[in-house]
Write a protein that binds this ligand. Sequence first.
Ligand SMILES: [Mg+2]
Length: 450
Amino acid sequence: MLTRLETGLLTCFASATTRWPAIVTGVIDDLHTSIGELDSSKQEDKIAEGKKILEQVVSLKHELQHDRSIEPLPTAGVASDCKSYNEELSAIGPLTWQSAPWLYSECYLYRKLYTFFELSQHWKSYDIFARQKIETFQKSASAVAELALRYKALAEQLKAHHTNADSEAIQVLFSEFTDISLWGNATDLSLLVTVSLEEIQKLQGAEVRKQNSKNILANDLPAAWEAISSEKGGRVDFVLDNSGFELYTDLVFALFLLDSGLADTIVLHPKSLPWFVSDVLPHDILQLFNLLQDTEAFPDHRADIDYLVEKLIHYHSEGQLVIRTSSFWTTYAPFWDITEKEDPCGGHLVWEDLKDSKLVIFKGDLNYRKLVGDIMWPRTTPFLTAIQDLASSGLRVLTLRTIKADVVAGLAENREQELEKEWAALGNSNPLGWAYSGKYALIQYSSGEN
Ligand SMILES: [Mg+2]
């Protein structure tokens, strides 16, 4: 049987030889389509430039498939973060696509792709993944409507409970919305089985949560609740992962925090360049507001969806729902670098910003890999050890992650062996596959005061 380390390396190899070329092929197809949609009599320059970019993307795919060396990024005419990629490359290189550290090469791939557009005149703001993101979101129309319906009913009751300061009910809802945001596109909304606060606290709701919670391998939510509920108002931050339905669940969670008074400001941190296919760009957030108003794509429960969108737009225009990007989120750097003043990737500015937050929620798999430095920690390593200096950074960190890559910290003794048995017993040929399946999750918290 393969050891865990060997499996980790295989995953990287499989990414470089299979998954990434497939993603780049998708980019080529998308560009072809976009160029084909242009008016050749009026947009000659843009078409010519698009074809040049297309050639660059095709050549990148060739380099990937033939395991060529990873070359320094251009530094003229691009943002300054390219320089830090090059500094790291000269420190750890020479590298080829298949031999490079997984986190570095995967981040480099998306950064490299973006340079082709960044250096162009007509394609600077083009999002190579926009089509996929929109199509996928539109496919989740029924779940979108369902959650809007539930939210509106809850919000009206929240208003009453908010004034009565019924903290127990608010805590139950905090747990529900955390779960919905955690499971993101995997959720079938079965968590919100009922619309009344009273009913949610009854056995049925608790049972559903209990069933689901057996797949949450570490759960520090009570500590995060203590932190967030210790004072009214304040600011909560979301370091986002994916666009589409997951972003929608994050926004509903954010609405709940604002409506319940647990926060008075939410800061959303999307990426500043097309990233890992489905990651949120600032434009995606505003576009989601627009898409939700499309009565053809989202025909059901219109009144409930409109209610939700109006609230989101209201909070955004009042400055209570803020969108803020940093190039730090699209570097290869582990997040504990933000504690270092001299961090070449500019992470310290992120720390300066986040230190005013009462809770920073990191969504998803890649953010988790960066929180723990993408190191193959023994899986029983405490989360507070795995995040290194972040544990004493003064930042309250909450990670909500379904496990899609190998790195996991904070498991109880023997849990890993149990999971392998459990996964094999479900009929899976590779017992180690539980760690890539997305079926298990982690909710881990650091008070920043260790
Ligand atoms: Mg993502």
